[in-house]
Write a protein of this length. Structure first.
Length: 494
């Protein structure tokens, strides 16, 4: 089986994971590294060093890692000999990374190597408010080298002020070009493919503006509820958890101007310009531009599920939103007047992430009435695909028309395995390739736009609108589009 991109060997490295016993490490990080090892990209002398407060030894941690591989990787991908070799790379140090008096000597001993300086990646899969302390302790214990990078998981803060605090705390001890803020949406093949679709196809590039596009919809829908994450999610909500990072990143890729090159800073410069061109949303215009909801009891997958408040660890009258829909406007010549509708929610009818580009309707012509505008659908998950309906002549008719889909599945599933987004991103950090990571000014520009929405909600008397689990959100989300005569894509298909 081949992969979706050429395998490039990476240099020997040490990967230090803080929060090594947590869900993210077990569910995503270790499986990602195993897959890259199994396909020959991770050298045999690499070391993966987990750190957490639990008092474990190497053997016990390897048992946990093995259990995670068996749970989160398909059985046909697990080859006993390969698994054994991979687990030989895995080590553990009992260490509270935020504690200056912790077992830093133990970590230093694990990292000792006689063969010269190696790439050293510190991955922080911990609470973001610990990032500054961990970065300080790494630096002050002499573990940061010229070949070191530090990877920060989202969220980077909870608003503009806290994001700046996180960035400044880490930035005191690591230079900006060594800081890799990860957003796993940027690791998805379909999101990266938007850049290729736009700039490698002159036909689409010429149509990619306000004259041809009526509106854009970007949706990230989940069928699940809290899944035991109530403590985290109730302090976050859909706006912080999904819109501020993932969907705004997708928006920047859809809307950015042609970069001067595919170099990291050229790409990120254009993304920042999009974020800084967003029309502000605040307490004065929230009602017309933002809808928020919270799910109540309903049915998903044929089963009744509880309300959000019933899923919290302790029942409380929380006003945390589990659904957000908003209208964003980009005040540039290319996009002036084109609404970008973003939405994300839990307990939706199906799990999907997609971008819908609605082209403008045509004028009446040779074939009679005006034709509706074509709709380009870029499906990010599941089943990555690009769909563009076209009108063609009906076989056997004089000039009757059929609508057909010009469809790309972005590869042949029987032959190509798409990497999990973490696979590529984790090794991009090793290679020192930051193009698909988020720069400091991107993070802060996104929070600068989102924070006034949060402030407006905190001042509002009303909380989120109720919607039944298993539906596409509250009525206010449909009314948001109806103001401009638009509909969500599932309503158009009904």
């Amino acid at each position: 089986m081949t992969t979706s991109s050429q395998l490039e060997p990476v240099p020997s490295f040490d990967y230090v994971i803080f929060g090594a016993t947590g869900d993210l490490t077990m569910r995503k990080l270790l499986p990602a590294l195993y897959r890259r090892f199994a396909e020959g990209q991770v050298p045999d002398d690499a070391r993966i060093i987990g750190t957490a407060r639990s008092p474990l030894d190497d053997a016990t941690y390897r048992e946990r890692a093995l259990k995670a591989l068996r749970e989160f990787i398909r059985g046909d991908e697990l080859v006993d000999a390969t698994v054994d070799r991979f687990l030989g790379l895995v080590h553990y140090v009992s260490l509270n990374g935020a504690d200056a008096g912790g077992n830093w000597a133990g970590l230093s001993a694990k990292l000792a190597h006689e063969g010269g300086e190696r790439v050293r990646v510190f991955y922080l899969a911990t609470a973001p408010d610990l990032y500054g302390d961990i970065a300080r302790n790494i630096d002050e214990n002499g573990l940061r080298t010229a070949q070191s990078r530090i990877v920060l998981e989202k969220p980077i803060g909870t608003d503009l002020e806290t994001a700046r605090k996180v960035n400044e705390g880490v930035g005191r001890h690591f230079p900006e070009n060594s800081i890799y803020r990860i957003d796993h949406y940027l690791g998805k093949e379909a999101v990266q493919n938007i850049i290729a679709l736009r700039f490698a196809n002159p036909m689409l590039e010429r149509m990619w503006d306000r004259d041809s596009i009526e509106y854009v919809q970007i949706t990230a829908a989940e069928t699940v509820g809290l899944e035991g994450r109530g403590g985290y999610y109730d302090g976050s909500g859909a706006l912080r958890d999904m819109i501020q990072n993932h969907l705004l990143q997708v928006l920047t890729v859809v809307a950015m101007e042609r970069p001067s090159s595919l170099d990291a800073d050229a790409l990120r410069d254009e993304k920042v310009r999009v974020l800084k061109s967003l029309k502000p949303l605040d307490r004065n215009n929230l009602a017309a531009n933002v809808a928020r909801g919270q799910y109540v009891r309903g049915t998903t997958g044929g089963q009744e599920v509880p309300a959000y408040r019933e899923e919290l660890p302790e029942a409380n009258p929380s006003n945390t939103e589990t659904f957000v829909a908003l209208k964003a406007e980009i005040e540039t010549p290319r996009w002036k007047g084109v609404p970008f509708y973003l939405r994300s929610g839990k307990r939706m009818p199906e799990k999907l992430t997609e971008v819908v580009i609605q082209f403008r309707a045509g004028e009446p012509g040779l074939f009679g009435e005006a034709r509706p505008g074509s709709r380009l659908v870029i499906r990010v998950q599941p089943n990555e695909s690009v769909i563009l309906p076209l009108f063609v002549k009906q076989p056997g008719s004089t000039f009757g028309l059929d609508e057909v889909d010009a469809l790309s599945k972005l590869g042949e599933p029987a032959r190509v395995r798409f990497r999990d987004s973490y696979e590529g991103l984790m090794l991009d950090a090793v290679k020192g390739s930051p193009a698909l990571f988020v720069r400091k000014d991107e993070t802060e520009a996104a929070w600068q736009w989102v924070t006034p929405i949060l402030q407006g909600w905190s001042d509002a008397a009303a909380g989120p609108d109720a919607y039944e689990a298993g539906t596409w959100g509250p009525d206010s989300a449909r009314e948001l589009l109806a103001q401009a005569g638009h509909q969500w894509v599932e309503d158009l298909a009904a």
